[in-house]
Design a protein around this ligand. Structure first.
Ligand code: NAD
Length: 426
């Protein structure tokens, strides 16, 4: 928003993060963000503050973008959203537009409006503007959105929001104006659809394994149908991150609350929970359930490439299972090392180089399809691994080639491969 010329003040109650941002440090790994933040700070269009009330005071338009983590029962926890609404209500010094940018269940904008209106006589327009950016390409996605969804119930709010987003849709991408409930549901429906494609392909991959078929062929065979399309058809170790798991859970909860049986969503979630245990099951099938004395190397800890986010990452399921069974775990990730240290402490060992993580390991377990892992030096891998086993949760390599190189190779929805040439293990 600052990049298109607006004056923006970002307020957060997390003092540490705000201090870092004021110094121009970005607390998360997100390509392109540092430059953008620095540039806008230098031009005086972007400021950071812990004074939420003060930020409200000086703003005409307020975006609420706080976290909405899952509650025990799967519903979205709205305490932070409603806390901000209360602060806004107490700080209103004129008419304002308030936008729920956080992913929130249908009906939340109304609750935000009621909370604010109970504390002020000024006019507040509350709108829903769900965010569709992807971690790892957040800057690009925000500056060039596929579409902008705006849930509005006033002409004035529609005009202001259209103006705000006009700089980002100059090439004709849609601004979709709709009622607030539809906008709120659109975000959940989008994430649930993407999660469903992942779980669907993981189910097909399971089927391929028992039917002696190759999921890669099936993927290409269906993806070339333009009604289906190529994206989000890669099988893997399940979805993680801060959005899909919590949003599928929250939509299940909303459906139940509204009396609609969420059977598809339930299946999406159950399939994913199963899939997150895939690498651990493969390890146990290959090495047995007693893993003391074994070291396992992990490549990739983040839930996907180009982020350091490990929330609900499949790697954590593998790590916990390995540690429980007495194994030693050594890991590498191009961006998530600091986050791994924070989450796991010294329960696993972290290595600065991906090959260093392989030294003396029985097997390499791949969780994240980071680019540097896609064309590795296989000779170095063979000279470090003790059993020449690679369990690949992202189908990065050709099974045939891996067998020829001398690996025992397991991937997802493709035939396992035994080495076709013998290489003396390290
Ligand atoms: N991360 C994504 O890729 C993504 C994409 C689309 C939508 N969303 C949605 O955006 C929302 C935020 O997600 P996130 O990943 O940035 O969460 P996050 O937990 O990383 O960040 C939330 C921030 O809100 C701050 N906060 C909490 N209470 C506050 C208060 N009362 N006043 C001011 N600040 C407060 C926290 O300190 C924290 O810095 C969620 O609803 C999420 O579903 C996230």
């Amino acid at each position: 928003m600052a990049y298109s010329g607006n004056d923006v003040i970002c307020a957060d109650v997390d003092e540490d993060n705000i201090d870092r941002l004021k110094r121009g440090e970005i607390p998360i790994y997100e390509p392109g963000l540092e430059l953008l933040v620095k540039e806008n700070m230098e031009q005086g269009r972007l400021r950071f503050s812990t004074g939420v009330a003060g930020a409200v005071d000086s703003a005409d338009v307020i975006f609420i973008a706080v976290g909405t983590p899952p509650e025990e029962d799967g519903s979205a926890d709205l305490q932070h959203v409603l806390a901000v609404a209360e602060t806004i209500g107490r700080s209103m010094n004129g008419d304002k537009i308030v936008i729920t940018k956080s992913t929130v269940p249908v009906g939340t904008a109304n609750r935000v409006r009621e909370a604010i209106e109970s504390l002020t006589d000024h006019v507040v327009h509350v709108c829903s503007n769900p965010e569709f950016l992807k971690e790892g390409s957040a800057v690009e996605d925000f500056l060039k959105p596929d579409r902008v969804v705006l849930g509005v119930d006033s002409v004035e709010a529609a005009r202001v929001l259209r103006d705000l987003y006009a700089p980002f849709v100059r090439t004709g991408n849609d601004i979709l104006l709709m009622d607030i409930a539809s906008a709120e549901l659109t975000k959940y429906a989008a994430n649930a659809m993407l999660a469903a494609r992942i779980s669907f392909m993981n189910s097909i991959a399971q089927l391929c394994e028992v039917a002696d078929a190759d999921v890669d062929m099936v993927r290409r065979g269906i993806g070339s149908d333009e009604r289906i399309g190529q994206s989000f058809l890669f099988p893997g170790v399940g979805y993680g991150g801060s959005c899909f798991p919590k949003d599928v859970k929250a939509l299940i909860r909303t459906s139940r609350d509204l009396g609609v049986e969420p059977s598809i969503l339930q299946a999406v979630e159950e399939t994913n929970e199963m899939q997150k245990g895939l690498i651990l099951r493969r390890v146990i099938e290959r090495f047995g359930s007693e893993l003391a004395g074994h070291t396992f190397a992990l490549w990739g800890l983040a839930f996907k490439p180009n982020t350091d986010d490990m929330r609900e990452a499949p790697s954590l399921v593998t790590i916990e299972g390995l540690l429980e069974r007495g194994a030693r775990v050594v890991a590498h990730d191009p961006a998530a090392m600091e986050e791994a240290q924070r989450v796991l402490g010294d329960r696993i060992e972290l290595r600065g180089g991906n090959y260093d993580a392989l030294e003396g390991a029985s097997a390499l377990l791949i969780h994240t399809e980071w680019h540097p892992y896609r064309r590795p030096n296989f000779g170095r891998m063979l000279s470090s691994l003790t059993h020449n086993v690679v369990i690949d949760g992202r189908n990065l390599y050709s099974p045939e080639r891996m067998g020829q190189l001398g690996f025992e190779y397991y991937s997802v929805g493709r035939r396992p491969v035994q080495p076709t040439r013998s290489v003396e293990p390290a």
